[in-house]
Design a binder for this molecule. Structure first.
Ligand code: GDP
Ligand code: MG
Length: 784
């Protein structure tokens, strides 16, 4: 055994009792007193199966928070505590845990890797200051790793990479680094080199200290540090790698560049280099990334990344200041004396404690059992206890300060909302955009008496997961919508296991939408009798496809037709109305500034009647007109699917003033819509996915044929997986394609049988596209 130059043992947890005592002592310390500099809020992000949960488990074990590391395959992990997670061996809900390491308080969130739970990942990233991105040392960067990486970039989060599974056959530093350069477009800061392969992977060389870190025992608790000298077989490799690292750091840091040119001894100062790298990754978060290696399953390489978290990732005070979305100049400092600002990133129903809101405190201090304000909803929020989170255990605390993440007990907690101390300035933090919901299915249940219980259960599930969509079409039909097959299956499983309700998904379908493909202008006149007297309303409207408003339907006035001033005033009044709606019992509308303009004279059966131009319509009537137009465009012309990508412009109109009613306006709009749609050539849209498949060369043709002839797929690129030359996985190709979501139903089973388990794939929602003529006709003739 490599015990030659034993210098010190720093990570030793000699007995279980010590660990338990340590945890107890830590709990009694009442952690909220931790200063901001000593807090790290970070997440673990990666492709499914990269080893997030396994790595997290080791971190908790080394930090003394759990007596033994749990295993995903045994269903014994601390972080995957939901029964559904333990059975399936995957993370569904992001779990949070606080623990201590090297005199710092770590708040860690383990996120799910499966694409169906993207919303859950974003929710967590929203409140984190940094992340550890885990990669599989054999597969390198996979589609979903790319996705979570981009998500982290979206939230400006600096990252450390941990290349896991270095114990596996075919694991390769070169391949993984190359795929990170190619696919993530980053400059890798290689901090270590792994020593030994497969079962002999037992140590790494730390390039800053130039020491070999050797794991001695099965649990990796005992670690030795050994200086590297010329006799070490990896000496030359390590010298070269250290030189590469220093040269890349020099590109970003002038001080280091000078020392590097002088070949100065100061470069032996690890703190200096760590500080420099920290600075670099915090300013170039999407470009530079330090990389570490290990095998979580074999308990190798985890402590150095735990160290890297406090050495390289920023603390809350090193992050940009928060600002009010309605007034970006209004910023708040991370200070105890500053006004309270907190953000609830998710909620969860706990059997014993009731509704819990997982909350990040951004400024000021929060104290238990107080009343605060939810500025997003403009409501009072009463808070019960505050808890430090330990996966599914909660330790009560009295107060919490800016920079920390905790759980609040409150039946008023709502995910995505901002909590402030007083409502004098309505400081609101940016909310999350939820991903599109692309799959849905009708939910079958056993008996009518279950219906009420089912409604309640679904409401609770939706509270915890806003990306779950529930539609109740009539008394008996419930439809649930989500991100994918797995997302909906988990809902059914939770209904059974958590609520005792037997339900079944009936035919999984994708969420189709409708739009129009051509522009149409139509003028109609709606005529009626009111109490025996004639009444009419004339309307001229343009409907056109709109790419800018890809996901919505909007209403506008014709700006060229003297409606410009009117439009501005209309929108302003509307805004003012929304702002004051809550406080005033009766809303006062501003009078329409346009005079009553007579536009035409018509003669009807009862004699002469005056008419007025539409611009002189009273504003409340305008609201009604706008609402009627938008409501009539909510559902499509062909199959009543949700409409999107349409702009409606009011061109002209007139009405017989005194007797105009809401009803007449609504009917006029209805009449117009029923006559205009043939002009618009309505189309049905379907969700399209980006698909990436990795398979052996020999299967390439078979997989492509299946995609094109059976699944309406379009091949984008076929690329040789050259980087793996020499590894067991050489001679593989990567196929990128787009495929309608509808065709992905059951694809995992299909591809497994086509390839005998040799191909794997990942996919992500891309956008909505026209289904094509043939499919459209099929859909129109379908009864349901
Ligand atoms: P997650 O989906 O990213 O949370 O991944 P898990 O932690 O659930 O791990 C996925 C699978 O990979 C499990 O079967 C683990 O036992 C296995 N695994 C995790 N880390 C390693 C490792 O370092 N080496 C090997 N060989 N397997 C690992
Ligand atoms: Mg997991």
């Amino acid at each position: 055994m490599l015990r030659i130059c034993l210098k010190k043992r720093i990570y030793t947890y000699s007995s279980i009792r010590d660990r338990i005592n340590q945890e107890r002592a830590e709990r009694l310390k009442n952690l909220p007193t931790t200063t901001q500099e000593k807090i790290r809020n970070f997440g673990i992000i990666a492709h499914i199966d990269a080893g997030k949960t396994t790595t997290t488990e080791r971190m908790l074990f080394y930090a003394g928070a759990i007596p033994f590391p749990g295993e995903v395959h045994d269903g014994t992990t601390t972080m995957d505590f939901m029964p559904q997670e333990r059975q399936r061996g995957i993370t569904i809900r992001s779990a949070a845990i606080s623990f201590n390491w090297a005199n710092h308080q770590y708040n860690l969130i383990d996120t799910p890797g499966h694409i169906d739970f993207t919303a859950e990942v974003e929710r967590s990233l929203r409140v984190l200051d940094g992340a550890i991105a885990i990669f599989d040392g054999v597969s390198g960067v996979q589609t979903q790793s790319e996705t979570v990486w981009l998500q982290a970039n979206k939230f400006n989060i600096p990252k450390i990479a941990f290349v896991n599974k270095m114990d596996r056959q075919g694991a390769s530093l070169e391949y993984t680094i190359q795929s990170m350069k190619d696919r993530l477009n980053i400059k890798p800061f290689i901090m270590q080199i792994p020593v030994g392969e497969i079962d002999y992977f037992n140590s790494v060389i730390d390039l800053l200290s130039f020491q070999e870190i050797i794991w001695l025992d099965k649990y990796g608790s005992e670690v030795q540090f050994r200086d590297i000298d010329k006799s070490h077989p990896y000496y030359n490799k390590a010298i070269k790698a250290r030189d590469d690292l220093l040269s890349i750091v020099s590109e970003y840091d002038e001080t280091i560049a000078e020392l590097y040119l002088e070949d100065s001894k100061e470069l032996l100062n690890q703190q200096l280099l760590l500080q420099s790298i920290k600075q670099i990754i915090n300013t170039n978060y999407n470009q530079c990334c330090p990389i570490y290696f290990g095998s979580a399953l074999k308990n190798r390489g985890v402590q150095p990344i735990l160290d890297a978290v406090h050495q390289l990732l920023p603390g809350p005070s090193e992050r940009p200041l928060i600002f009010d979305i309605n007034n970006p100049n209004n910023k708040r400092k991370l200070d105890k004396s500053e006004k309270l600002t907190a953000y609830v990133y998710k909620v969860l129903q706990d059997q014993d404690l009731g509704l819990l809101g997982f909350t990040r405190i951004y400024s000021g201090e929060m104290i238990q059992k107080q009343n605060y304000f939810n500025s997003t909803k403009d409501e009072l929020i009463k808070i019960g206890n505050l808890y430090r989170v330990r996966a599914n255990r909660y330790v009560p605390i009295n107060s919490v300060q800016a920079g920390d993440i905790i759980a609040i007990q409150s039946k008023y907690a709502v995910a995505g909302s901002t909590i402030i101390g007083s409502n004098d300035d309505k400081f609101v933090l940016q909310q999350l955009q939820l991903p599109q919901c692309v799959f849905f299915a009708n939910l079958e249940y056993e008996s009518a008496k279950d219906k009420l219980k089912l409604d309640q259960a679904l409401q609770q599930l939706q509270l915890e997961d806003e990306s779950l969509k529930i539609t109740v079409a009539d008394e008996t039909l419930i439809t649930i919508g989500g991100q994918g097959e797995l997302h909906l299956e988990i809902v059914v499983q939770r209904l059974k296991e958590d609520f005792g309700l037997n339900t079944k998904l009936k035919k999984l379908q994708v969420e189709y939408k409708e739009s129009i493909s051509e522009e149409g202008v139509l003028e109609i006149k709606y005529q009626d009798l009111l109490k025996g007297r004639p009444l009419w309303f004339k309307l001229k409207l343009k409907l056109q496809p709109s790419e800018q408003q890809e996901n919505e339907v909007i209403f506008d006035f014709d700006r060229e037709n003297d409606f410009d001033i009117l439009y501005k005033q209309f929108k302003e009044t509307q805004l003012r109305q929304v702002a004051t709606q809550k406080n005033e019992t009766s809303v006062k509308y501003i009078k329409n500034p346009c005079k009553n303009i007579e536009v035409e004279t018509i003669i009807d059966d009862h004699g002469e009647e005056k008419a007025y131009h539409i611009s002189s319509l009273q504003f409340p009537m305008f609201y009604h007109l706008e609402k009627s137009i938008l409501a009539s465009l909510n559902r499509g012309f062909l199959k009543s699917y949700q409409m999107q990508g349409i702009k409606a412009t009011l061109l002209d109109g007139a009405f017989s003033v005194k007797r105009t009613t809401d009803l007449a306006i609504g009917r006029a709009v209805q009449k117009l819509m029923s006559e205009i749609h043939p002009l618009l050539k309505p189309i049905i849209l379907e969700p399209i996915m980006d698909l990436e498949i990795s398979c052996p060369n020999s299967l390439q043709q078979k997989i492509i044929n299946d995609l094109i002839s059976h699944r309406r797929g379009k091949i984008i690129e076929i690329k040789q997986d050259q980087n793996r030359a020499g590894s067991k996985n050489s001679n593989r190709v990567i196929i990128t394609a787009t495929i309608p979501s509808q065709e992905t139903i059951g694809y995992s089973t299909a591809i497994r049988s086509i390839s005998q388990g040799e191909a794997f794939f990942s996919m992500i929602f891309k956008k909505y596209e026209y289904v094509g003529g043939q499919k459209q006709n099929e859909l129109i003739s379908e009864v349901f």
